[in-house]
Design a protein around this ligand. Structure first.
Ligand SMILES: *Cc1c(COP(=O)(O)O)cnc(C)c1O
Length: 394
């Protein structure tokens, strides 16, 4: 895998995960929780300075908050970005970014393989606001560039690896496109798995609810990129109000400290489970970028440090087989979300992608026998035993 050897003297990502985001700590080793919604000023001149400053900390928490700021600094360091902004959720990060940069008459090029909430936002509110979207197959070389309308396309929106089939976007190819802002949802990779900004992407976005927090106890989103661009989005975000909670930022900052060991363990387990499933007579297909059979295996090796903690597979017996498997699991839990310590299995066709039409399901490859697995921190042998037992046809 690509180890992105940093320049001499620069720390490696696992070290940055420990050292970053400590500027609000004082002498405390753990970050303090700044629960305050507001701060006291020293008179009018000071109050004016705080109210009109960019990203002013210690004014009012919708503008900025020291605990949230510490989390943002940690993400910026991990992504190799000038700055980062946290939001109330991944959707808060995404919708604020889109609405800050696009308006009526704007054009967005989006890949078809997107998180269902993102797709619903593009198809519903964006259409209502007069933001026009062209969908492309992001896996096809040249597809994004071909759909760009010079002077009109404001944004290209991509997600890699994609949900739920773990398809990849070529970040170098996307980063080379000139004109529109290039935004990449990197949630499935986490900042330890890949660094889209190093490939020419303008904004990397995460649902920090997932692997970054890593403990299923925060709902949080974040974007990272150049400071000027982020300041622009911040200005709109203060009005939009999808403000990150300092308690969630605290939990996610705690999560970042163990991100490197968690993702390394989960990724190694995911590869073992993917191999095991691929050899089962009851499995029709396994989707995992770490398997040489993945159509974009070479791309994964090139742009990812580790193939990730999520895999998907298709059982041979369609939806009835998938249903019986879910009913018979004893260790893995049936739940949506990903990136936490517990292994979660979900059935995309009836849950995360339930809002899609039959045509959209077919287009996205979301068949009745498809299951998505977020591999947790259990011993992989126990997970393999659980899945193998549950896979046996009834
Ligand atoms: C979960 C998720 C989101 C949305 O994040 P929330 O924190 O649930 O708002 C967006 N993109 C991807 C890839 C996700 O997995």
């Amino acid at each position: 895998m690509n180890n992105d050897r940093p320049a001499a003297g620069d720390p490696r990502p696992a070290t940055t995960a420990i050292t970053a985001g400590r500027s609000a700590n004082g002498m405390s080793l753990a970050p303090p929780l700044w629960a305050s919604s507001t701060w006291v000023s020293h008179g009018l001149a000071d109050a004016r300075k705080r109210a009109t400053g960019r990203r002013s900390s210690e004014f009012y928490s919708r503008y900025s908050n020291p605990t949230v700021r510490a989390f943002e600094e940690a993400i910026a360091a991990l992504e190799g970005a000038e700055d980062a902004i946290a939001y109330a959720s991944g959707m808060g990060a995404l919708t604020t970014t889109i609405l800050a940069l696009c308006g009526s008459g704007s054009h967005i090029v989006a890949q078809r393989q997107l998180y269902a909430g993102t797709l619903a936002f593009l198809q519903g509110p964006c259409r209502r606001f007069g933001i026009d979207v062209t969908y492309v197959d992001g896996c096809q070389p040249g597809a994004f560039a071909a759909a760009v309308q010079p002077g009109r396309t404001m944004m290209i929106l991509a997600e890699t690896p994609s949900n739920p089939l773990l398809e990849l976007i070529d970040l170098d190819e996307l980063g080379a496109i000139r004109g529109p802002f290039k935004v990449v949802d990197s949630t499935f990779a986490t900042p330890l798995g890949q660094q889209p900004l190093q490939h020419g992407i303008d904004i990397v976005m995460h649902s920090a609810t997932k692997g970054i927090d890593g403990h299923n106890d925060a709902t949080l989103g974040v974007i990272a990129g150049e400071r000027d661009l982020l300041d622009e989005i911040w200005g709109y975000g203060v009005l939009h109000g999808a403000t990150a909670s300092p308690a969630d930022a605290l939990n996610a900052l705690r999560g970042i400290r163990t991100l490197a060991v968690r993702t390394a363990h989960q990724s190694a387990s995911a590869l073992r489970i993917a191999r095991e499933l691929a050899s089962s007579a009851h499995v029709a297909a396994v989707h995992y970028p770490g398997l040489p059979t993945h159509p974009q295996y070479a791309l994964a090796q090139r742009q990812m440090r580790q193939p990730g903690t999520v895999l998907a597979f298709e059982v041979t017996g369609g939806q009835p087989h998938a249903t019986s498997l879910l009913d018979r699991l004893q260790l893995a839990r049936v739940a949506t979300s990903l990136g936490g310590p517990e292994t979660l299995v979900c059935h995309p066709a009836t849950t995360t992608h339930a809002s899609l039409t039959a045509d959209e399901h077919a287009g996205a490859g979301i068949v009745g026998g498809l299951l998505r697995v977020s591999v947790g921190l259990e011993d992989p042998e126990d997970l393999i035993a659980d899945l193998t037992r549950a896979l046996e046809p009834q």
